[in-house]
Write a protein that binds this ligand. Structure first.
Ligand SMILES: [Zn+2]
Length: 279
């Protein structure tokens, strides 16, 4: 599933050009082809077809795991969910399998949202804050200091891994980068958030930023979904390395289930602080 680094990589390619395609910024949308109506969360397909043509793409960026396309009048949000991807190509042929939405530009180019598993969604809004209001802070937000992060953790009794993946607590984290950040911080994923010390919270925030930055530098991870082009999967320390030796202490990496999600830990580096029977 695409997480912050993968969505950031796609957003940067759409904005600056990349992934074998030019920037889409400055292009005018000539017409749209909605191939799977339920891809559209809002508005109705009729209104979408009426409102989008003629609008110019003025900017592209990422917020949490949303791709944000600023248009001349509206904002289009795309959430890739499990298997979504964005392909930009020229000519009349639609590339990629399972296209759900195609934006045709006035020139020869078009942008296709492909999504095998159909969980991806698109919004067209005059004010994107309607969707963003419930999101937690961005991990790279400079106002998220280690003191602030520790205070936020102090208020929560949840297990740290599901809390970090809760988009209303912190935006952009998913299974891969959470496992990696907790391993680097030597924190067991079932540790209660409010039991973490200031030193642990500081270290955790630093490691969250470091794994996300490394992920972005490697164009994300191409793993268990259709996303292509990234090579961060070769740099993963514990994620999907069950049975392999821990890169720090050589203990065998284990797979456990935390919050119904597959979780990878080194049982020596990430000792559970108390109640090891607790699930
Ligand atoms: Zn270890």
């Amino acid at each position: 599933m695409p997480e912050l680094p993968e969505v950031e990589t796609i957003a940067r390619a759409l904005k600056y050009g990349g992934r074998d395609a030019p920037s889409i910024v400055g292009r005018t949308i000539d017409r749209v082809d909605l191939l799977w109506e339920r891809t559209l969360e809002t508005p109705s397909p009729t209104e979408f077809h009426k409102r989008v043509p003629g609008q110019i793409i003025t900017d592209v960026y990422r917020r949490a795991k949303y791709l944000v396309l600023k248009l001349s009048r509206d904002t289009m949000l795309i959430h890739l969910r499990m298997s979504g991807d964005i392909l930009v190509a020229s000519g009349i042929d639609i590339i990629g399998s399972h296209p759900r939405l195609v934006l045709y530009f006035l020139d020869d180019w078009h942008m296709t949202f492909t999504d095998t598993r159909k969980f991806g969604r698109v919004w067209l809004l005059t004010n994107p804050e309607r969707v963003f209001a419930k999101l937690g802070p961005e991990p790279f937000d400079s106002s998220l200091t280690s003191t602030k992060f520790h205070q936020l953790l102090q208020r929560r009794k949840r297990q740290i891994k599901p809390l970090l993946m809760d988009q209303t607590f912190l935006a952009g984290m998913g299974n891969i980068y959470t496992d990696e950040a907790l391993f680097k911080s030597q924190i067991h994923p079932r540790t209660k958030a409010n039991t973490l010390s200031k030193v642990q919270a500081t270290d955790l925030l630093k490691n969250i930023r470091s794994v996300l930055n490394t992920g972005i530098q490697h164009n994300g991870a191409s793993i268990d979904w259709v996303y292509r082009g990234g090579d961060f999967q070769n740099k993963l320390l514990v994620y999907q390395r069950t049975g392999e030796p821990c890169p720090v202490c050589y203990t065998t990496i284990e797979r456990i289930i935390v919050g119904q999600r597959s979780t990878h830990i080194c049982p020596s580096c990430q000792e559970f602080p108390d109640e090891p029977h607790n699930t």
